[in-house]
Design a protein around this ligand. Sequence first.
Ligand code: GLN
Length: 485
Amino acid sequence: MDLNSLTISDLREKLTAGETTSVELTRAFLARIKATDERVNAFITVCETEALAAAAAADQRIAAGHAAALTGIPLAVKDIFNTLDVRTTCGSKILANYVSPYDATAITKLREQGAVIIGKLNMDEFAMGSSNENSAAGSVKNPWDLQRVPGGSSGGSAAAIAAGQALATLGTDTGGSIRQPASHCGVVGLKPTYGRVSRYGVIAYASSLDQVGPLARNVEDCATLLGVVAGYDPADSTSVDTPVPDYLANLKKGIKGKRIGLPQEYFIEGLDADVKSAVDAAIETYQSLGAEMVEVSLPHTDYAVACYYLIATAEASSNLARYDGVRFGVRKDNGEGLIGMYQQTRAAGFGAEVKRRIMLGTYALSSGYYDAYYLKAQKVRTLIRQDFLDAFEQVDLLLTPVAPTPAFKLGEKVDDPLQMYLSDIFTIPTNLAGTCALSLPCGTSSEGLPIGLQLIGKPFAEAEILQAAWAFENATGFGGQLAEL
Ligand code: GLN
């Protein structure tokens, strides 16, 4: 089977028309994983037996005329989602072979709509990273250039799509972890508004920032997948009880007359020349489609990275306290008593970046420093959110680069955490503001690497940014290609 041009929408038609079966399709993706994943390393766990059983059940439902939105469609999910049937490692040694007693809500929703989950995708340990080099399962390689990173932390979720190993995936985004890898791998990725998708059963990194979202080959598939996972969940008290619109209803209506803001703080010196010219060309495309460009300012942008690394690490230090060798996963115990067991377990179970963040976060929360760091960061966060709300008084959406450069080389930034942290400079502010944003392909660099464009929407305006993204994709034909491997 040729996996090159498939999308969820075509496949639904082919499956209903009996031109293919879910079992055949699932086997084709499993074969592609076998042929390519030694090089890409996008999967931590491939669940062949479970997937083939789900595919056979899907075929029966299709034959009986009971197909739902994703019946029989092979998908894969980041290894941060708890799944009942297969292990959930979160890219960490401390959760090696951990099996959850329940499914995350997003997984339940996928299963209810008939999706076939073919595996759990590689990621930076506990979603901390921008390159996927912080995984206990080893680095993921960018399918467009195996010497380069796929981005992180949902690197496996983006690379698997570009490598043709999965049609679409779920990731999570705390500071850019869906959008930055989507940009580096030439796929579409959407971070919904905080509260749009339930976080229940998603292993927590920084709870006030974490959000679940889809990655796919095209905008339409992203919209379909968002429609399946979005919605209020009583099990997540931060999920918001507001109706889920039909994301496909207005998708193709164009963007004539829309006002698009260009935040001046995002078009800075130091932006890679290829990124700049691809984004400039995208601005012209939008003008030719009838949108009006308006220069806007987000004046507190400079503080975003510092603010994020205080809040995210503070929350992480608290969330990760539960991995103590008693309740979850791995235990190391040399017989030196309870405290000794905690220390040995955590020393052996966590990787270097996770330890760095636990220490930074614990420091920011400690008595005497709390007001100066954590509390101050919370105040700055409010200012950053207000910047966005002010800008949205003038414009319908914002357009920016996703990352300052295309995918960098493996190993290039591992010894310089600050440089690594700066690769999220354009994605972090939207997490702090809690609003929605997506990344879509807008060109390639002189070295043939994908470049992404970011569209940022008002809170709960996912339908609007998808509509704007579709208009661009339809006009330019960018994206959707698979890397040759
Ligand atoms: N790269 C950022 C970090 O390391 C964002 C990660 C994410 O969104 N999960 O925290």
